[in-house]
Write a protein that binds this ligand. Structure first.
Ligand code: DX5
Ligand code: ZN
Length: 223
């Protein structure tokens, strides 16, 4: 599985949104992570269709759209239409998860399911075959800049083991409190996609920080 870094635009300066997207374009990142919050699934509201559409016009990387919203099945096609390449819904928000996964796949986007910190990974056992990605939340969703929950490493390891044993190929993404200090442990546990907001955009030199994430992977080629 190839390693991907997905800077989260939530931590960027929204007055200079286009500059932030250009910065990611011109970096060694693979994806751009977009956090959609509805004020119901999480106690915060971020941005929606018009902003994603505007970002799509500038972005040269796939848009990794993380939906922290209730009833995401009502909006899948619209997120695809404004440019989402990967669409991730929350397990906790989907009573008909299998149907929602196929709804995403039918649009041509990659389908991901996210797990909140309290949601145990075996709950996905019966849909792992159907997924392109599992997103392990390593903070409670809703805000950037929170503290990494270390138990998430066990969840990542469980998913990696299940993937190997069952010969599957879904990616494992981790989101929340990810930084240079825990990147190696996350890769070791089995993460393929690292989402990083504050640790990149609040750093003195975001491009240099992105390079350092990539170096951690390069120096651990056997991970
Ligand atoms: C949190 C979001 C994250 C957030 C991560 O609800 O899903 O993607 O942007 O931010 P940091 O990296 O600052 O924890
Ligand atoms: Zn996210």
């Amino acid at each position: 599985m190839s390693f991907k870094l997905a800077p989260s635009i939530l931590a960027a300066d929204f007055n200079q949104l286009s500059d932030a997207v250009q910065l990611v374009n011109n970096s060694k990142s693979e994806w751009l992570h977009l956090d959609v919050m509805d004020g119901r699934f999480v106690p915060n509201i971020s941005f929606g269709f018009p902003i994603i559409k505007a970002i799509k016009e500038v972005a040269r990387l796939p848009l990794d759209v993380h939906l922290m919203i209730v009833e995401p099945e009502l909006y899948i096609q619209r997120f695809r239409d404004v440019g989402a390449d990967v669409i991730t819904v929350h397990y906790e928000a989907c009573p008909n998860l299998h149907r929602t996964i196929y709804q995403i796949k039918e649009t041509g986007a990659l389908a991901g399911v996210a797990l909140n910190p309290h949601t145990t990974a075996p709950l996905l056992d019966d849909v792992l075959e159907d997924l392109d990605m599992v997103l392990v939340m390593s903070v409670n969703p809703g805000f950037g800049g929170q503290k990494f929950i270390y138990r998430s490493l066990q969840k990542i390891a469980y998913l990696k083991k299940a993937r190997t044993e069952r010969n599957l190929d879904f990616m494992i993404e981790v989101d929340g409190g990810v930084g240079l200090q825990n990147a190696q442990a996350l890769l070791q546990a089995g993460a393929d996609v690292l989402v990083a907001g504050s640790s990149i955009f609040k750093s003195e030199d975001p491009i240099k920080t992105i390079d350092r994430f990539k170096e951690i992977k390069r120096n651990n080629v056997f991970l």
